[in-house]
Design a protein around this ligand. Structure first.
Ligand code: FE2
Ligand code: FE2
Length: 213
């Protein structure tokens, strides 16, 4: 299929697949595919470690968490049926950087990953107040998977060794600071996510992020 499928084409390709990986590996650019594949392995490990009962849901949600990134801005704008996961106005205003969360959830729901799995994809960019265990697993796997090569990657992995909550707080704080540095408005859910993790975790995350600002 083409490198830039529309929503229906993406859903059709994934629905017809015996195995999501074989299709995603051909649709995604190599770096993003390696990221998604590594995130799915880490998510499965975290599911076992934190006793999330549906390891396969965790694995598939991580595999699909960035599938919305394969849709162009015009393909995102053309989505009519969001399968229950529409973007909000702030996400629409920012574009693919935030829209790929809801778009990925819509794709996941259309290919049979509904409920918590789709929600974890929906909220993986900003988090939300009252994160589910699966939300945390997907966000931590996104931040700390082994192919990440950014200067902060080792710190993300260290945070995850300490706790799932610290890894999530580190990830949200890092992204929030990047948004602020770019002069953009932070999505309100990102602040709600940090607040929901508690002031001690938020302060520790802030300390860990500071060297990378
Ligand atoms: Fe993402
Ligand atoms: Fe990601």
């Amino acid at each position: 299929m083409s490198a830039a499928p529309d929503f229906d084409g993406l859903v059709a390709a994934l629905r017809g697949a015996d195995d999501l990986s074989s299709v995603l590996g051909t649709i995604m650019p190599p770096g993003r595919w390696r990221h998604s594949d590594a995130a799915s392995r880490l998510a499965a490990e975290l599911a076992a470690q934190y006793r999330y009962p549906a390891a396969d849901v965790a694995r598939r949600a991580a595999l699909l968490h960035d599938v919305g990134r394969t849709l162009t801005t015009s393909a995102l704008a053309a989505i009519v049926d969001w399968r229950g996961w529409p973007p909000d106005e702030d996400e629409r205003a920012v574009g693919p950087g935030l829209m790929h969360g809801p778009a990925g959830a819509a794709v996941a729901a259309a290919v049979g990953l509904a409920g918590e799995g789709a929600a974890a994809i929906r909220y993986h960019v900003t988090g939300r107040a009252d994160l589910s265990l699966l939300d945390k697993i997907i966000m931590a796997a996104d931040a700390a998977e082994e192919t990440r090569r950014y200067p902060w990657a080792a710190t993300a992995r260290r945070a995850l060794q300490e706790s799932l909550d610290l890894a999530v707080a580190f990830w949200i704080t890092l992204k929030a600071e990047q948004v602020r540095a770019a002069g953009r408005k932070l999505h309100p859910r990102a602040s709600q996510t940090l607040a929901s993790l508690g002031s001690r975790i938020a302060a520790e995350a802030r300390r860990l992020v500071t060297p990378f600002l």
